[in-house]
Design a binder for this molecule. Structure first.
Ligand code: ADP
Ligand code: MG
Length: 249
């Protein structure tokens, strides 16, 4: 589904991501973990196209994408939930989700956020897809309510619904569990399990190792911009390099 080959990116001469390679299979849930500053979000933005690589290659279903802008990658099936993704608080939950259907076009996201008029039929079709996405994340009852009123856990589900509205093959999540309470975390984990069961490929970036360990087929560990380990959750938990990166030894 996704292949990242020896990708690097530096800021002011300092590498944030250095020679990172990873391959995610169709239907896999891949966890990416690492301490703060490890380069997780930078890698995420290199994959989505919100940051340009200095070196290396990225391909999605065998198509080279590393020079394509984000909306072209989205059109090929990549959909994202940013770390701390924003909520349009004054809009309804359905409207927030509908914004996601436009991530595949360059002007789409902006005009959707500004609620510029569009063709009626397109609008109805997008609303239908938004309602489908809301049903998948269990937010049907909230569709017409103001997004700013949602508790944080449901706001995250809404972000996932927004990403699903673009009908992706690969869903990329950057720290979706951060700041959530235990019960909200559990609900999010169940949702990710359901999406995986439905055949979606997922890359899950997390600071919380326990959350990823439960959900991922394989885990890639970053530290100081490099991959220091990759394996099944069991292998990763037993890896002394991983333990020392987390304990700062
Ligand atoms: P993580 O998501 O794992 O916490 P990041 O990818 O956000 O890590 O950051 C990795 C490193 O790159 C950090 O040292 C950070 O300060 C640096 N960095 C990230 N983005 C930028 C940027 N836009 N400009 C300068 N430095 C950056
Ligand atoms: Mg980050």
């Amino acid at each position: 589904m996704l292949s990242v080959q020896e990708v690097s990116r530096s800021f002011g001469g300092v590498y944030a991501v250095r020679d990172v390679s990873l391959d995610i299979a169709d239907g896999e849930v891949r966890g990416v973990i690492g301490p703060n500053g490890a380069g997780k979000s930078t890698l995420f933005h290199l994959i989505t196209g919100h940051l340009a690589t200095d070196r290396g290659a990225i391909s999605l279903r065998s198509a080279n994408v590393d020079r394509l802008p984000p909306h072209r990658r989205a059109a090929l099936g990549m959909s994202i939930v940013f770390q701390g993704a924003r909520v349009f608080r004054g809009m309804t939950v359905r409207e927030n989700v509908m914004v996601g259907a436009h991530s595949r076009t360059r002007a789409g996201f902006v005009s959707a956020a500004l609620r510029l008029p569009r063709h009626r039929r397109d609008e109805r079709e997008i609303a239908r897809r938004a309602d489908e996405a809301l049903a998948r994340v269990g937010l049907t009852a909230w569709a017409d309510r103001q997004a700013g009123l949602l508790p944080l856990g449901q706001q995250r589900s809404m972000q996932v619904a927004r990403a699903l509205c673009a009908e992706p093959r690969l869903l990329l999540l950057d720290e979706p569990a951060s700041g959530l309470r235990a019960g909200e975390r559990e609900a999010l984990a169940v949702l990710i399990e359901e999406l995986r069961a439905a055949g979606l490929t997922i890359m899950l970036i997390e600071h919380d190792v326990a959350f990823v360990t439960r959900l991922a087929d394989r885990i890639t560990v970053l530290d100081l911009g490099r991959v220091i380990a990759e394996g099944t959750p069991g292998e990763i938990r037993a890896d002394p390099l991983v333990v020392s990166a987390y304990l700062g030894e």
